[in-house]
Design a binder for this molecule. Structure first.
Ligand SMILES: CC(C)(COP(=O)(O)OP(=O)(O)OC[C@H]1O[C@@H](n2cnc3c(N)ncnc32)[C@H](O)[C@@H]1OP(=O)(O)O)[C@@H](O)C(=O)NCCC(=O)NCCS
Length: 179
């Protein structure tokens, strides 16, 4: 992987359900480097669960995936999102969100959900996160869920003009700025 202080901005590439299997190992490794490390500190099993989840998410309506790779072809950042189902889903983590938001889940329906944004620690603060998020959102009104205590993430979204819809129970929901 290319690291160091010089500015490094590889192009953002898009991927869809047809391409996800070929990228899966690399996406999982990047996920592990990003989220199974501070400040997220997720157990490494979560990277395996992510690999299962992203294959399913890739078949959701409106799926858009974006990644950046270094000159060796190693993925060093990725993001993806998809349309929010209507009515608002209640399975899994959506149930917690539905409890938190009540009728305000209506504000998320019709928007794209950004499910993941991840940049390898070695290449942060060079504009890759901004570029990946832009490629995933594509000016479609969007939302995302994050942890309110992870200030790296909340500061990043706020710097990009996203605004917080709600913060409670350790979670925070952000809405994208108007296009
Ligand atoms: C959050 C994350 C995606 C940002 O990626 P990045 O490539 O470093 O972000 P960028 O370089 O594009 O920064 C975009 C803006 O956010 C700001 N920013 C990024 N990280 C920041 C930090 N740790 N502290 C303060 N500001 C930060 C940048 O200064 C920049 O603002 P500017 O253009 O006004 O100067 C990356 O830190 C990451 O992967 N973190 C772990 C995973 C995570 O938290 N994902 C999001 C929650 S699901």
């Amino acid at each position: 992987m290319e690291t160091g202080k010089r500015r490094y901005l590889p192009p953002v590439r898009l991927f869809d359900a047809g391409a996800v299997d070929g990228l899966l190992g690399d996406l999982r490794d990047c996920y592990r480097a990003v989220f199974c490390a501070p400040p997220w500190n997720e157990p490494s099993q979560r990277a395996e669960e992510f690999a299962v989840a992203v294959r399913q998410h890739a078949h959701q309506a409106g799926f858009v995936g974006a990644y950046v790779a270094d000159s060796q072809g190693v993925i060093v950042g990725f993001a993806y999102g998809f349309d929010t189902a209507q009515p608002f889903p209640t399975a899994g983590s959506y149930a917690t969100l539905a409890d938190l938001l009540g009728e305000r889940t209506d504000e998320l329906v019709g928007r794209r959900e950004v499910r993941e944004v991840a940049v390898h620690p070695d290449v942060r603060q060079r504009g890759l996160g901004r570029a990946l998020l832009a490629a995933t959102v594509q000016d479609v009104p969007s939302w995302l869920l994050t942890a309110s205590a992870i200030t790296t993430a909340t500061t990043f979204y706020q710097r990009l003009g996203w605004h917080r819809l709600i913060a409670a129970g350790g979670l925070a929901v952000y809405l994208s700025p108007p296009a």
